[in-house]
Design a protein around this ligand. Sequence first.
Ligand SMILES: [Zn+2]
Length: 118
Amino acid sequence: MSIIDNAKEIASLVKKLGDIDLYRKIIDLEGEIIELTKEKRQLDEKLADITRSKAIIDELRFDAPFYTNADNTELYCARCIEVDRRAIHVVKQGELEMRRRVYLCPQCKSKFADVRSN
Ligand SMILES: [Zn+2]
């Protein structure tokens, strides 16, 4: 039985006692438990996301203006890694800048001209 189910059961029992003040306090407590449970789930999801990104980031190296994997086949946004610690692939764009291919980060919308030496 979850903590929310327990709180609902207690609220139901207190309601039968007929003490309206106690019942209101139990209902408030139940609301706080639901809110805390929701916040915990969001933090768990955020932690899983950060843990996944960290495992990827640990394998990357900086090759300005991107972070790349060992065989240079994947390009990641430097801003998202350095500021948010999130591994976000950049997407090749059709446009050129100073005859260099331009990449866009779909997360932070940063654009990078590929200035790496070929
Ligand atoms: Zn980005």
